[in-house]
Design a protein around this ligand. Structure first.
Ligand SMILES: NC(=O)c1ccc[n+]([C@@H]2O[C@H](COP(=O)([O-])OP(=O)(O)OC[C@H]3O[C@@H](n4cnc5c(N)ncnc54)[C@H](OP(=O)(O)O)[C@@H]3O)[C@@H](O)[C@H]2O)c1
Length: 263
């Protein structure tokens, strides 16, 4: 996605993948800065560490609680979050809907991406927020924090009974957990619990365009569904704009992403 965009814009640079051990994010970012890198995307599980490491944190990234984009300028590290804004663009594109009009349920609200999306929904003044997380205390603490921002937020236990009760009361369902990529992953929702009017947003995706587990449930219910490829595209485009202060060539990135995932 990024390499075709760089080429299209005539930028003499390359996007590469580097694996960094947990606890070494600060050291790695300093090495990248010294080596002349322009920008970095930070992914699972480094987004909290990146927030604590960069020299300056953008106010939105601070509020969302995670950094997934770093811009290196004059040797200084500037941290941003493109997951939250990328999520809004993806909801608009996929469902022709605005988060402010929706009651949102987030599974995995305690992770870096799930938390960012929950806070972004609160900033948009969504109609109501229901937070679910394996470690229930994280969802509970976040719900209390977001109530302080004036949004109607609650946390519920991750069990079939509680979910069956809340699902009819929500419009948009977001999977922000790392579950769903493999068929053997534990089910996110009880079978038959989705309704045809639900909008289902999976942050996870499977290469080759195969349906995720949540995608299969949505399809059975006749619900509108989008997988994480759309978010990957939009958060990548926003990262590109932070690095180059230049509109991202979205169609070129979309085609590059499609080619890479089908390869
Ligand atoms: N498409 C995109 O562009 C995009 C962007 C961002 C993220 N993502 C995807 O979103 C997912 C989360 O990313 P992240 O950065 O937020 O990761 P993270 O900070 O490590 O959070 C992982 C989340 O998944 C939950 N979880 C992990 N294993 C679980 C299990 N076995 N059962 C139930 N819950 C489980 C965690 O719950 P606990 O709090 O209990 O540990 C936590 O809420 C990843 O799959 C990532 O690839 C996609």
């Amino acid at each position: 996605m990024h390499n075709p965009a760089l080429q299209h814009c005539g930028i003499d640079a390359q996007y590469v993948r580097v694996q960094v051990p947990v606890g070494s994010v600060g050291e790695a970012l300093r090495k990248f800065a010294k080596a002349g890198f322009i920008g970095i995307n930070v992914t699972i599980p480094h987004k909290f560490e990146a927030l604590d490491t960069v020299d300056e944190v953008d106010p939105l990234a601070r509020t969302l609680g995670a950094v997934n984009t770093v811009h290196i300028k004059d040797g200084r590290l500037y941290g941003y979050n493109s997951d939250g804004p990328g999520f809004l663009r993806s909801v608009q594109e996929a469902f022709k809907a605005e988060v402010k009009d929706l009651r949102v349920l987030i599974l995995g609200a305690g992770g870096g991406a799930g938390r960012a999306v929950a806070v972004q929904c609160a900033l948009e003044h969504c109609q109501a927020l229901t937070l679910v997380n394996r470690t229930a205390s994280k969802a509970h603490e976040l719900a209390v924090e977001l109530q302080g921002r004036g949004v109607q937020a609650r946390s519920v236990a991750w069990d079939a009974e509680a979910l069956a009760q809340v699902l009819p009361e929500v419009d948009l369902i977001v999977n922000g957990t790392s579950l769903g990529m493999k068929p053997e992953d534990a089910p996110l929702l009880p079978a038959g619990s989705l309704l045809s009017r639900h909008l289902v947003f999976d942050m996870v995706y499977r290469a080759g365009g195969q349906l995720t587990q949540l995608g299969a449930l949505a399809s059975e219910a006749g619900a509108a569904y989008v997988d994480g490829v759309t978010l990957l595209l939009h958060q990548g485009a926003i990262s590109f704009e932070h690095w180059f202060d230049y509109p991202a060539p979205l169609d070129v990135m979309r085609a590059g992403l499609r080619d890479a995932l089908c390869a």
